[in-house]
Design a protein around this ligand. Structure first.
Ligand code: UD1
Length: 341
């Protein structure tokens, strides 16, 4: 079965392409390489011993280029759509760029899919669509909350667009996968997360402090209503997350329709617990200081993963130590990310 993966050169994309190739899928990648490089996919090909069908260096905001991909892939059965801008702070500063890229890119993609009769879509959504949840754990039927930034709103808007699309034409089968906090790397340490510039997210920040690239971590707030006062999140190993996409593809085939599904572990860890676990597993000391809260952050978010277990037969298998081990393995082998070699 031939799958088109948009944003396939990125962090979650490369790990998902690896799982798809390993499971015998044919894979075509579409990526504008705005926050990724070809090297990640080269390494995926090396690791799996398999080649991508094709790689298209194009931007989904170009409708003609997007159409061409489908023209050249007449046997495409489904699309996994990762492509999108995702930096929260940048989205506040550049809302038009974010809306144009994320919304127009998705609309163009769906129009091409419709024209070429490819109506199976797995969309990369986020737990950010829940805003500040009234309680935890979060189930899929929680109301969609008020997002605090354009990035988050673009995800919520795309979910609405895709639900409308399914409503208008039930031939569309759509999985909205709401990721919690992806961390870790493939156990080989050959592919991993390679953020542009100073990382915004906790785990890459910790690992860059550990490897000596950054001086000190700022812990954003220790006065939250959580056991140790620092923010609690549901960190999920990227390989577990990648495997969730394959389960979603299978589900769409067996039981067509549209659904939203959390991909998380169901277990929350605080920032201080993450630091302690990383220090224990890596043997590195993480310098940190307590800083003011970061605007827009919430105290606590973790998934109820039971829908995914019941409906997709998927469950995260990798625990906190494996997440830290694999992050450190990748970071220490590739201190400069893909530019290291
Ligand atoms: C963030 C985004 C979310 C996005 C997700 C992708 C915000 C407000 N939310 O989620 O929309 O889908 O990334 O993974 O940015 N922390 C520190 N120091 C740091 C960095 C983070 O203390 O240098 C803390 C945060 O306050 C938070 C936790 O670590 O409590 C996790 O932060 P982060 O990795 O940025 O993820 P989220 O904020 O949950």
């Amino acid at each position: 079965m031939h799958i088109i993966v948009t944003g396939g050169a990125g962090y979650i994309g490369t790990h998902t392409c690896l799982e798809l190739l390993t499971s015998g899928y044919d894979v075509t990648v579409v990526d504008n390489l705005s926050n990724s490089c070809r090297e990640g996919l080269r390494r995926v090909e090396k690791l799996t011993g398999k080649s991508l069908c094709s790689f298209y260096h194009i931007d989904l905001i170009d409708p003609l280029a997007t159409d061409k991909v489908f023209q050249h892939c007449p046997d495409a059965a489904a699309v996994i759509h990762f492509a999108g801008l995702k930096a929260v702070g940048e989205s506040v500063a550049q809302p038009l760029r974010y809306y144009q890229n994320n919304l127009t890119g998705t609309i163009n993609l769906c129009q091409s899919m419709q024209r070429y009769g490819v109506k199976n879509l797995v969309f990369s959504s986020s737990c950010t669509v829940y805003g500040t949840p009234a309680s935890v754990p979060i189930t899929e039927d929680f109301p969609l909350g008020v997002c605090t930034n354009p990035y988050g709103r673009s995800k919520a808007m795309i979910e609405d667009i895709l639900r409308d699309l399914h409503q208008s034409d039930p031939e569309w089968n759509i999985a909205l996968l709401r990721y919690f906090n992806p961390v870790g790397a493939h156990e080989s340490g050959v592919i991993g997360e390679d953020p542009n510039g100073v990382p915004n997210n906790l785990m890459p920040y910790i690992s860059q402090v550990a490897v000596g690239k950054l001086q000190q971590l700022s812990v954003f707030g220790n006065d939250y209503p959580t056991p140790d006062g620092t923010g609690v999140r549901d960190y999920i190993h990227v390989v577990d997350l990648a495997k969730g996409h394959l389960c979603a593809l299978e589900k769409l085939q067996q039981q067509p329709g549209a659904f939203a599904c959390n991909l998380g572990t169901g277990q929350g860890y605080s920032v201080l617990e993450m630091i302690a676990a990383f220090e224990r597993v890596s043997g590195q000391k993480i310098n940190y200081t307590i800083a003011p809260r970061r605007q827009g952050d919430i105290a606590c978010a973790y998934a109820d993963p039971s829908f995914a277990a019941r409906e997709l037969g998927w469950k995260a298998e990798r625990g906190l130590d494996v997440m830290c081990r694999d992050t450190w393995n990748w970071q220490s082998k590739n201190p400069q990310g893909y530019a290291s070699r």
